[in-house]
Design a protein around this ligand. Structure first.
Ligand code: FES
Length: 191
């Protein structure tokens, strides 16, 4: 593990607070992984090692948990991770139109991340809200009974916001490591 990799004081404080709520450190593993993801952008191996060290767990335990949950990113994703359900209920109520809007607005296909690191687009199989189809998720926020015009507006607003914020933490380091256009390659669907 890189000696220079460390949680910020702010994140360390949140971890400390979290640990006070669990009788065993392992109980805090998932929320700590989310904190690590927020801080470093994605859970590259060094980040998982840092979490393991922090919680005094085997790295294999951290890896197994991170692998199980698709919301925990094992590869870099954009600032905004757009996941559109394309399963049957959503398909019948217009998910193909939503996917077309996303591709047209963002200029990427499902499974890709925009070259500026602002958006990743995924087609997923079910977001467990079939009665409110068509559904999609952007980062931690769910959108139900989505209308095309509303979705287009949300994406446009996020493009403006993303330009202001820049890519997620970790994106630039990844680009430097690989020197090519990166794809999200996230596993769908949700756990
Ligand atoms: S089919 Fe889309 S949420 Fe289940």
């Amino acid at each position: 593990m890189s000696d220079s990799l460390a949680f910020s004081d702010a994140t360390r404080g949140k971890i400390h607070t979290l640990l006070g709520r669990y009788p065993r450190k392992q109980g805090a593993l998932i929320p700590v992984l989310y904190l690590a993801q927020d801080e470093f952008g994605w859970l590259r191996p060094e980040v998982m090692e840092l979490v393991a060290k922090e919680l005094e767990l085997p790295v294999a335990t951290v890896l197994a948990t991170a692998t199980f949950y698709t919301m925990l990113y094992k590869k870099p994703v954009g600032r905004f991770h757009v996941q559109i359900c394309v399963n049957v209920s959503c398909y019948l109520l217009g998910s193909d139109e939503l996917m077309s809007i996303a591709q047209e607005t963002l200029g990427i296909a499902p499974g890709q991340t925009s070259s500026d690191g602002l958006f990743s687009l995924e087609a997923v199989q079910c977001l467990c809200a079939c009665d409110r189809a068509p559904t999609l998720q952007i980062n931690q926020t769910d959108y139900f009974k989505v209308k095309g015009a509303d979705f287009r507006n949300v994406l446009t607003q996020m493009q403006t916001e993303g330009t202001r914020l820049g890519p997620r933490p970790g994106w630039l380091e990844f680009q430097g490591d690989h020197d090519h256009h990166a794809h999200a390659d996230q596993e769908a669907p949700h756990a």
